[in-house]
Design a protein around this ligand. Structure first.
Ligand SMILES: Cc1cc2nc3c(=O)[nH]c(=O)nc-3n(C[C@H](O)[C@H](O)[C@H](O)COP(=O)(O)OP(=O)(O)OC[C@H]3O[C@@H](n4cnc5c(N)ncnc54)[C@H](O)[C@@H]3O)c2cc1C
Length: 388
């Protein structure tokens, strides 16, 4: 495949010189692991102690990785990206709540977003996290097939209702809806619920998309079995394919509890699994839709190659490339400039509430070998090109 990701003029066309400098400074900081660890601890402490750090966070990491505090704040960013052919996925990034009120308000926010994005070509997807709608421990208990108490049964019904409410609305408004993947020990219950939603709302169009985390070695067989059930019951399957964000947690828990880790033994195995899953989906595009969520250049080139080989149009409505806002712009903008469907997750939410998301991004960029240094070298190249 002709290399396209080195074009830094296209990659950073939306960044002013000062934004470019801020990004460079930010990734330089993030590349320093002890600094990130210390920064996370200090920031958590500062928020708990009500110290006035919000302005500082907002002007640095928040503005780089998030679109704003609410969905309306995000619009200028959405429009700027859309001007370069890159779509947005508004991502309400408030995590780790354990009470009913936030679950209800998260549901309301997703419903509002669906209304907000309907008929906006620039925002073809909405997204939510299963644990945004219900307690982690409840998903886990259901996945483990343990007996629920009467109260828990009622609680679960409320989770099911929340899923149904947003999926029905997405279906009625014809907006595709991505459901994020989380830790394996709660994922079975979420997968079953997502499958029920596909059965109900994906009869004609691929509205509901679940997530396959290909660092798990059991996901391609899972997809194949889901596809059989879909053929039998007459529904279509949408899947976001990612490598997976919880590897260390997964391996640590498996070790601690003494079961075989669900995670591939090596990075190479995960890579192979990711590419094999995408290939399988490309071969079955008549009933499967792909949202390939990755910052891995090789995986993107492979998908492009597969499409070319099979004569699939670059803008085929069933193939999407996805990256996170603030990361891998060289992939997103160059793919879009070459005619592919691209959407970036654009997180938003109150600064304090999106901190766990931001800390994960910082951690990920520190731990994902090569990713930060790649961002830095691209930013460096663009600074040099612009002579700043
Ligand atoms: C648009 C988008 C949506 C996302 N949604 C989700 C989601 O819903 N759920 C979720 O869990 N993650 C999600 N992610 C994050 C994703 O799973 C990855 O953590 C992240 O993108 C890094 O992987 P990569 O393919 O971009 O790049 P790479 O740098 O090529 O891969 C890094 C990944 O490889 C795997 N890996 C690394 N070392 C090893 C090893 N030794 N053995 C086995 N595997 C290894 C890990 O999964 C690691 O995150 C999303 C990412 C994007 C871009």
């Amino acid at each position: 495949m002709e290399p396209i990701f080195e074009n830094t003029a296209t990659a950073f066309a939306l960044k002013s010189d000062s934004e470019l400098e801020r990004a460079y400074f930010l990734f330089k900081m993030i590349s320093n692991e002890p600094l990130v660890k210390m920064g996370s601890v200090i920031t958590n402490f500062a928020f708990k102690a009500h110290l006035p750090v919000e302005g500082l966070i907002r002007a640095t990491v928040f503005d780089h990785f998030c679109g704003g505090i609410n969905e309306r704040d995000c619009l200028p960013v959405v429009e700027r990206m859309w001007g370069k052919g890159v779509c947005s996925v508004l991502d309400y990034s408030v995590e780790g709540k354990e009470e009913e009120d936030p679950f209800d308000s998260a549901t309301e926010i997703i419903l509002t977003i669906l209304d907000f994005v309907k008929e906006k070509e620039a925002i073809p997807f909405a997204v939510f996290k299963p644990t945004g709608f219900g307690r982690f421990a409840l998903y886990q208990k259901i996945g483990e097939k343990k007996q629920l108490t009467k109260d828990e049964e009622a609680e679960w019904q409320r989770v099911v209702n929340r899923f149904d409410k947003v999926c029905k609305k997405a279906h009625d408004l014809e907006v595709s809806l991505l459901i994020d993947g989380e830790e394996s020990w709660m994922q079975d219950a979420a997968d079953n619920l997502a499958e029920d939603m596909m059965r109900k709302y994906n009869k004609k169009k691929r509205i509901v998309f679940n997530t396959l985390q290909t660092y798990r070695w059991d996901r391609l067989p899972y997809l194949k079995s889901l596809q059989e059930r879909a053929a039998r019951d007459g529904f279509l399957v949408g899947m976001k394919v990612v490598r997976g964000a919880y590897m260390e947690k997964e391996n640590d828990r498996a070790k601690e509890k003494g079961y075989t880790s669900p995670i591939c033994k090596t990075k190479a195995e995960t890579d192979e699994n990711f590419n094999a899953t995408i290939e399988y989906m490309i071969d079955n595009l008549d009933t499967l839709s792909i949202f390939s969520g990755t910052h891995n250049e090789d995986s993107c080139y492979r998908l492009m190659e597969m499409m070319e080989k099979k004569g699939i149009d670059k803008n085929n409505e069933h193939v999407w490339f996805g990256q996170l806002y603030g990361m891998s712009d060289h992939i997103s903008y160059n793919l879009a400039a070459n005619g592919y469907n691209v959407a970036k997750y654009l997180p938003f939410g109150p600064v304090r509430d999106v901190m766990p998301y931001l800390i994960r991004r910082a951690d990920e960029n520190t731990s994902v070998a090569g990713q930060t240094s790649r961002e830095l070298s691209l930013l460096k190249a663009e600074r040099k090109r612009r002579k700043i």
